[in-house]
Design a protein around this ligand. Structure first.
Ligand code: NAG
Ligand code: NAG
Ligand code: NAG
Ligand code: NAG
Length: 245
């Protein structure tokens, strides 16, 4: 019966289109990076074997499990910094004194300057930051447990997998930083590099680890502005022009 066959095909097509539209439109951020597991585990071995072997033995399988365990199959808007505790615990290593580098809005330049931890060790040069650099990730109730179509941006919901990851990692990084600390801001940022970029607020966790902003078990973001001055030695490398070869 040809007519009904056509109708059925048409109906199926319409249903699939509607489902696809709904899925693609759910969030505004990019979906989970394909092959996330292979990337994270591969980066982990690369880091401990070639980038920074001084961190010693780390269990890359356990690290991956702790990482995905923070958000897999979960509501993508209910992931908190404390969910990464185990991941942080497994990836943690010493940050050499005087090598910390906080930055904002100049990532590519910072990576060139820090030289994979040889000159400075920015968060992205530590194991905990290295593994997730430039990756997108969030959970969903689908079979895979990951949403490969879209992930929430921080304006859609603050307690998302990525925001909470970087908050947890940044606070841990600040608490483990010591000595002379570099901070590199971008003077060309619309509105100016100062007065209170996130890097500076996180930096205060070096001296005030007890501040509520420095805990990883609350769901709040870096929204309140601290007015305390920081008694650390800050080298502001605002004039990046001469390093821009
Ligand atoms: C690494 O972690 C995995 C998963 O937690 C575990 O099964 C394995 O035994 C661990 N390997 C070592 C060498 O500890
Ligand atoms: C983190 O590691 C310490 C030991 O280094 C252990 O006492 C603590 O229970 C661990 N916490 C988590 C959440 O795994
Ligand atoms: C860190 O910098 C301070 C101040 O410049 C210096 O006194 C100290 O020796 C340095 N420590 C290391 C381990 O380089
Ligand atoms: C600094 O910010 C400006 C404006 O957002 C941007 O165009 C430029 O690439 C940034 N510089 C670096 C080194 O990232």
């Amino acid at each position: 019966m040809r007519p009904s066959r056509v109708t059925l095909d048409g109906l199926l097509f319409a249903m699939i289109t509607i489902i696809n539209l709904q899925r693609a439109d759910q969030w505004r951020g990019p979906g989970t990076t394909p092959n996330l597991e292979d990337i994270v585990i591969g980066r982990c071995y690369d880091y401990i074997e070639t980038v920074n072997p001084s961190v010693g033995k780390k269990n890359c399988t356990a690290i991956w499990e702790a990482f995905q365990g923070a958000f897999i199959s979960k509501d993508p808007c209910s992931v908190f910094p404390s969910d990464y505790e185990r991941y942080i615990n497994l990836t943690l290593h010493d940050i050499p004194m005087n090598k910390s580098l906080f930055w904002e809005n100049n990532k590519q330049l910072v990576h060139r300057l820090s030289d994979r931890g040889k000159r400075y060790m920015a968060l992205g040069d530590t194991l905990m930051g290295w593994l997730a650099d430039n990756l997108h990730f969030c959970g969903s109730s689908s079979n895979s447990g990951f949403d490969y179509n879209s992930c929430p941006t921080s304006s859609e919901c603050e307690s998302n997998a990525q925001e909470s990851f970087w908050r947890s990692a940044s606070v841990t990084y600040a608490k483990h930083s010591s000595g002379e600390i570099q901070i590199m801001l971008n003077g060309s940022t619309p509105g100016g590099g100062f007065p209170m970029p996130r890097a500076v607020r996180i930096l205060q966790c070096v001296d005030f680890p007890g501040n509520p902003e420095c805990t990883t078990n609350s769901g709040s973001g870096f929204t309140s502005v601290w007015m305390t001055m920081i008694p650390v030695w800050i080298t502001i490398m605002n004039n990046y022009g001469n390093m821009n070869d």
